[in-house]
Design a protein around this ligand. Sequence first.
Ligand SMILES: CC(=O)[C@@H](O)[C@H](O)COP(=O)(O)O
Ligand SMILES: NCC(=O)COP(=O)(O)O
Length: 243
Amino acid sequence: MLLGVNIDHVATVRNARGSIYPSPLEAALLAETHGADLITMHLREDRRHIHDADVFAVKNAISTRLNLEMALTPEMLDNALAVQPADVCIVPEKRQEITTEGGLDVLSQQDKVAEYTLKLTAAGIRVSLFVDADKQQIQACREVGAPVIELHTGAYADSTDKEQRQQQLARIEEAAHQASEMGIIVNAGHGLNIHNVTPIAKILAIHELNIGHALIAQAIFIGLPQAIEQMKTTIFRARSIPY
Ligand SMILES: CC(=O)[C@@H](O)[C@H](O)COP(=O)(O)O
Ligand SMILES: NCC(=O)COP(=O)(O)O
């Protein structure tokens, strides 16, 4: 199982003071040295954390691969075509949200998603769709020709009730199997931390996890290398592989 380290919230701290540190680029390079299999960054339309220059700087300096998260807009399509990341993950955005609240509604905008998927694919960029663990949405992902999906694990991560969490987990597991049987590569992420990642990491149909907020938060106390190492150990243990 691969670990994508999302460095958005390094930029959140930097932007809080309008300073030049902490540097998302430095975080990306450090993350790679300490076990990140890829770097994920979300260039939000409002640029609240990652800025355009960060994306170019990281893309040009890393030796793994960049997974660029972006909204389904013409501006973001142009950005992605200019940056040429290995992967683009198309996510929904709402202006007032604190974080990405749900998955992309592929079902209601299949033509548009298919058009973006085609353009990005033609440019050599692999497309992933950030969706909820929902049967119809996954079927729609197949219909638009997406080679990869990322299942939104936020509802699972946020459940405080044990039964609800089990239900969310079961939905994720079912969706992962459904997509994987269709030949779609399945990733997952959002709200994962060392306390809740194990049941998700045990789902063998899931290929990659993208984790950001919890890693950057933990890095404040134990450092980024140690936070990544701790996460990788937890994930590998869940898969019964030593790390
Ligand atoms: C799409 C997604 O899940 C990530 O981008 C992540 O949530 C970090 O960005 P925000 O915290 O700005 O949503
Ligand atoms: N796509 C999910 C992601 O990149 C990281 O989400 P989070 O761990 O910051 O909630």
